[in-house]
Design a protein around this ligand. Structure first.
Ligand code: FE2
Length: 406
């Protein structure tokens, strides 16, 4: 557990806050590219600031808009309500991988790293987003807890992996015929290793199986508030947890295919069944108890809240309250990545305060040489899991139709 003062320091992100100052040193997802069409301004509520994006010619220009205090922070008003505040800040924005990124910080924005999601061609990436009613940090922390998938996302029956296109954990594990859902269910207590990297953290979950085999799952924390994880043998997920304000956040996900072009129509339709437009709020939510069904919980899922794992995560993080009370938490061994991440964030807060921005992850030397990150599932002989995991990643990259070499 931590003090209230420290909890405030690492969670609050308004313009005058310490964590807000760190997040403002990085590009932040502000909208899906699809949302900004024509010359209609799109309201963007980002890190406690009320902005609007407009596309001018080929480029994008975010403008400050006049705030109406009676509006809910996520409500999209008619575009006629948006007016530029004279003399207000004007922030740069760019389109990358189906997402509009904005830079709200001082000085020049950093370069983009050459991660797979930014290198893959347009037809091999698909972006979507969803609104969660909670602070961004608890949303991020569930993504760097590799053990939770064995419980929160437990399926009591395995679906046919052929039917699992575009869905997390519905593929076969590595090169075996074992469904990923079975691996997670049967080996619920992974050994977790965390390594600090130039971009954040590499998190390795080892599930020791029968016959001296080990399931190796490599995921990543990309500083400050993204994760990169495997979704299936074909795709990875790069996901940002972006603050709307202190008590709401969006997840923005870029799905990257290492094989065939992404079927954007199927993937968008799958997700629109679970979200409403225009604010991408989930249809299952606190007000309708996430469609909890005790009969389903009895026979099919751990949560009784359907097959969409985003709903399970949403319930878990919103259930902690608008800002998780970390003065009452009890971290355990499986929280090792969360502990390491908070330490990195505190170091970053100190670096910004001391004017030492070069000490921040991906704000120092040339970040364009950063590639990957390695993000996959493999099954290996226990004694050489490290080299086997690396070899599996290289094999996928070698067959990739776009240049994914590292
Ligand atoms: Fe999850």
């Amino acid at each position: 557990m931590i003090s209230q003062e420290l909890n405030d320091q690492i969670t609050r992100i308004g313009p005058e806050t310490q964590a807000g100052a760190v997040l403002r040193r990085y590009w932040q997802p502000a909208a899906l590219s699809d949302e900004v069409q024509g010359d209609v301004p799109v309201p963007v509520n980002l890190m406690g600031e009320r902005l609007a994006l407009i596309r001018e010619g080929d480029g994008l220009l975010p403008i400050t808009r006049q705030a109406d205090p009676s509006e809910a922070p996520t409500h999209h008003p008619a575009s006629g309500d948006i007016r530029e505040v004279q003399g207000g800040p004007r922030y740069p924005a760019v389109d990358r991988a189906g997402v509009v990124f904005a830079y709200l910080g001082p000085g020049d924005p950093p370069a983009f790293p050459n991660f797979d999601c930014f290198r893959a061609p347009e037809d091999h990436v698909f972006a979507f987003k969803g609104l969660w009613q909670c602070n961004w940090l608890q949303a991020l922390e569930i993504g760097i807890d590799p053990a939770h998938a064995s419980y929160l996302h437990r399926f009591l029956e395995d679906a046919d992996p052929e039917e699992g296109y575009g869905q997390q954990f519905r593929d076969k594990a590595a090169h075996t015929d074992m469904p990923m859902t079975q691996v997670l269910r049967e080996y619920p207590r992974p050994d977790i290793q965390v390594d600090e990297t130039e971009y954040g953290l590499r998190i390795t979950a080892l599930r020791h199986m029968a016959n001296d085999l080990t399931h190796v799952r490599v995921t990543n924390q990309i500083f400050p508030e993204a994760i990169c994880i495997p979704m299936s043998r074909e795709m990875t997920i790069t996901q940002w947890h972006v603050p709307v304000d202190d008590e709401n956040c969006y997840w923005y996900t870029v799905f990257t295919s290492f094989k065939t072009p992404v079927n954007k129509e199927v993937m968008r339709a799958q997700r629109l069944k679970e979200h409403r437009l225009p604010d991408y709020a989930p249809l299952k939510n606190r007000e309708n108890n996430y469609h909890y069904d005790p009969a389903e919980q009895e026979r099919l899922t751990y949560t009784g809240m359907g097959l969409d794992i985003n709903v399970h995560d949403q319930w878990a993080v919103e259930g902690m309250g608008p800002i998780q009370d970390r003065t009452q938490e009890h971290l355990g061994r499986s929280d090792v990545a969360i502990i390491r991440y908070r330490r990195m964030l505190r170091h970053a807060i100190k670096a910004v305060e001391e004017g030492d921005e070069g000490a921040l992850p991906m704000r120092g030397a040339d970040v364009t040489r950063l590639v990957g990150p390695l993000s996959n599932d493999s099954i290996a002989a226990t004694q050489d899991w490290k080299s086997a995991s690396r070899a599996a990643d290289l094999a996928r990259r070698a067959e990739c139709p776009w240049d994914a070499t590292v």
